[in-house]
Design a binder for this molecule. Structure first.
Ligand code: SF4
Ligand code: SF4
Ligand code: SF4
Length: 304
């Protein structure tokens, strides 16, 4: 029995989906403060999941060549290269040694690099799953959201439903693809390929509750070190999607990384819409019935 249909805190998405005995909810904590932009996560994902390449040309905007998540890019490392905005901490925090450029110098080195490995958020309330008519998208016993390409009929409903723009149809056949949090590896007691490959532990995998505790400590640590703009994104069960299974530590506003600031599950208002549609249909049916019944009653009362 689902305790909440489309929005609000949901402590047990797997149980809510019918998994009675299930392991703790699994998740990702991506700490972008230690990401070095090596893209090992992207490569490991492609290799494990046998994903086709996206083209090897650079965009000309940055060292990014995949630009965003897509049907063949289930991990995407964002490169944000820009002058350090007013009021933001110059990183790294280490004291410059001999030969290290002065980050505050006015010769063009006062730049910052923000790197973040983006992925499907495995939302607590996943609109992609809500709208899928075939059951291709489903909630696993780990609380993650998986799409099965052999059941997908290519309708594309899930694509506009995702508030993060994650899931995409492959142009060659129309089927939808996204990160599965390596469901096959989890079933074998292995961690996902991207987390396994990350050399800095920017991508941390484990029980979601533990990750949330770890992330809160890391934010405190960064604040104490003077990086006051460090914040968590997607960790809050009270947010518009009930919290994400994959959440992030960011060093600036989510928009800087191309993330929506206040995502909301797009199916949140469906119950209210259905209720309004039901009332409208009932009113219409009542009006139609009366339009037939009233003349008949009038004729009968005229005869008597
Ligand atoms: S981020 Fe998008 S694709 Fe991933 S579970 Fe949430 S709604 Fe679905
Ligand atoms: S969990 Fe697996 S499928 Fe998802 S991004 Fe990481 S490697 Fe790719
Ligand atoms: S998340 Fe890890 S593997 Fe991915 S680019 Fe950053 S440091 Fe490299």
């Amino acid at each position: 029995m689902r305790s909440r249909f489309f929005s609000g805190p949901e402590p047990d998405p797997a149980g809510d989906a019918g998994h009675e005995d299930h392991p703790p909810r699994a998740g990702f904590f991506t700490d972008t403060s230690v990401c070095i932009g090596c893209k090992a996560c992207e490569v490991a994902c492609k290799e494990w999941n046998a994903l086709p390449e996206d083209g090897l040309s650079l965009t000309g905007m940055s060292y990014d060549n995949t630009v965003g998540l897509g049907a063949s890019t289930w991990r995407h490392v964002a490169f944000v290269e820009q002058p350090v905005p007013e009021g933001r901490t110059s990183l790294p925090l280490v004291e410059p040694g001999p030969g290290t450029p002065d980050p505050d110098a006015a010769d063009g080195t006062g730049m910052r690099w923000l790197m973040s490995s983006d992925v499907c958020k495995h939302c607590t309330h996943a609109a992609c799953l809500d709208v899928c008519p075939t059951g291709s998208l489903f909630r696993t016993e780990f609380g993650t959201v998986v799409v099965q390409e052999d059941i997908c009929n290519g309708c594309g409903y899930c694509v506009p439903a995702c508030p993060y723009g994650v899931i995409e149809q492959r142009p060659s056949d129309g089927r939808a693809f996204k990160c599965t949090m390596c469901y096959d590896r989890l079933g074998a007691g292995q961690e996902p390929a991207c987390a396994k490959a990350c050399p800095t532990e920017s991508i941390q995998f484990g029980p979601l509750d533990e990750l949330r505790e770890r992330a809160a400590l890391r934010v405190d640590q960064l604040h104490t070190a003077g990086v006051t703009e460090a914040r968590l994104y997607g960790h809050d069960p009270d947010d518009g999607v009930g919290g994400d299974g994959a959440f992030f530590l960011l060093l600036d506003e989510p928009e800087v990384y191309g993330l929506p600031p206040e995502p909301v599950v797009t199916t949140r208002d469906l119950p209210a819409m259905w209720a309004h549609a039901g009332i409208a249909a009932l009113s219409l049916a009542t009006g139609a019935a009366l339009s037939f019944a009233l003349p008949a009653l009038t004729r009968r009362s005229g005869r008597t």
